[in-house]
Design a protein around this ligand. Structure first.
Ligand code: CAA
Length: 388
């Protein structure tokens, strides 16, 4: 456990240790191979489900581990320290999928659609983005049209994490385009429904073992009881869920940064040049100091955001700014740290013989998905400027 003033319990230490052991023993030996092949790691994800990692904050009555947000970020950090691709699959299941049900789902929806995901028997996904609607999420074109006791879904969604494999997907569509953001509604779709079509899988720079794709809806007919919240609640649901997701991605960035830093520290202690260890050169040691300091600052922002989110369960208060600051800082730190790690390792940092080049490739997406760094700056600055 990192020395910290945060109120960690024996339960926190236990889940952190369990995640660390699992990641080291089960994921570390296969991470490079799955990164290379781009195959989805079904077997290890199934085991993570058995350990309760796929629904950490989901109440036990709905198949989850019933733990708190700090437990979630501690476990996620350990998984991402070894492999960020396993990490994003875990993060999307826990945050983008499960959190929406915890906050907004009915008891029946939770029983049917949360339980299999939280217990790790099935994989969940979240689908907001479209080819022409990314950062400006309120401009989506996909339509859900009411037809008696059903909705007919039509449209094309993109960049869906776990899209090629998910059994259930939370999707956001326009029910009333004239109302813009207030005309968006949220739905849960079983991937076996006719008219649900998985599109092309994206070839990616990093997190290659996680699967990302388009999803096409062609007259996909779902019952009204699959709507989450009321008609028009969808945009706020999407944003609330993203606040939770952003803490997950910040933890992912922290895990990658730590791995890159620890590899660099070990290398700087051992590698010699010009008659001394390279760590004795100020050019390297000052880099290490900056890496360490930014990692610790990221950690503090993330744990703080996690506690704010935990408290919000009682107070209902938004934690958007805390989540945005944590994601912004941790993801930019991750780019800084992994860039420095490759440089410290020199040629070896560029080689696939070491995982450092993978950390560098995996880092970039943390500045892009679940809201780019520019969007986080927008959320933070708007929140400050509009403060009464
Ligand atoms: N919580 C609750 N409500 C929120 C909210 C939040 N975090 N953010 C906004 N809202 C509410 C606002 O209060 C407002 O409601 P009222 O009018 O009643 O006050 C309404 O939503 C509209 O808000 P804005 O006017 O701020 O909306 P906007 O169109 O200007 O957009 C934005 C705001 C922050 C830019 C938003 O569009 C955004 O976050 N964009 C980024 C989208 C994103 O992160 N996409 C990633 C998708 S997931 C992914 O990456 C793939 C994956 O699978 C991992």
């Amino acid at each position: 456990m990192t020395k910290s003033l945060f109120p960690f319990s024996a339960e926190h230490e236990m889940i952190q240790q369990t995640a660390r052991d699992f990641a080291q023993k089960q994921i570390a030996p296969i991470a490079a191979e799955f990164d290379e092949s781009g195959e989805f790691p079904f077997a290890t994800i199934k085991k993570m489900g058995e350990l309760g990692f796929m629904g950490i904050e989901v109440p036990e009555e709905y198949g989850g581990a019933g733990m708190d947000t700090l437990s979630y970020v501690l476990a996620l950090e350990e998984i991402c320290k070894v492999d960020a691709a396993h990490g994003v699959i875990m993060s999307v299941n826990n945050s983008l999928y499960a959190y929406g049900f915890i906050r907004f789902g009915t008891h029946e929806q939770k029983k049917k659609y949360l339980e299999p995901i939280a217990s790790g028997k099935a994989i969940g996904a979240y689908s907001l983005t479209e080819p022409m609607s990314g950062s400006d999420a309120g401009t989506m074109r996909s339509r859900a049209t009411r037809d008696g006791d059903f909705y007919i879904l039509n449209g094309r969604k993109s960049w869906v994490t776990s899209g090629p494999v998910a059994e259930y997907i939370v999707v956001f569509m326009m029910t009333d385009p004239d109302k813009k953001q207030k005309g968006v509604s949220a739905f849960i779709v079983d991937a076996k429904t006719p008219g649900f079509i998985r599109g092309k899988k994206e070839p990616k720079l990093g997190i290659r073992a996680s699967a990302t794709s388009e999803i096409i809806f062609e007259n996909c007919r779902i019952p009204v009881e699959n709507r989450i919240g009321e008609e028009g609640d969808g945009f706020k649901i999407a944003m609330t869920v993203l606040d939770a997701g952003r803490i997950g991605i910040a933890s992912q960035a922290l895990g990658i940064s730590e791995a890159a830093y620890e590899a660099s520290l070990a290398y700087a202690r051992e590698r010699e040049a010009f008659g001394q260890k390279i760590g004795e050169f100020q050019g390297i040691s000052f880099k290490l100091a900056d890496m360490k300091t930014r990692i610790e600052a990221s950690r503090l922002l993330i744990y703080n955001a996690a506690i704010m989110k935990e408290n919000s369960k009682e107070t209902g208060e938004r934690f958007s700014i805390n989540a945005a600051m944590a994601k912004l800082f941790a993801s930019e730190t991750c780019m800084f740290v992994t860039h420095a790690a490759v440089q410290i390792h020199g040629g070896m940092g560029y080689s696939k013989e070491l995982p450092v080049e993978r950390y560098f490739r995996d880092a970039k997406i943390t500045e892009i998905y679940e809201g780019t760094s520019e969007i986080q700056r927008l959320v933070i600055s708007r929140s400050e400027l509009n403060k009464k």
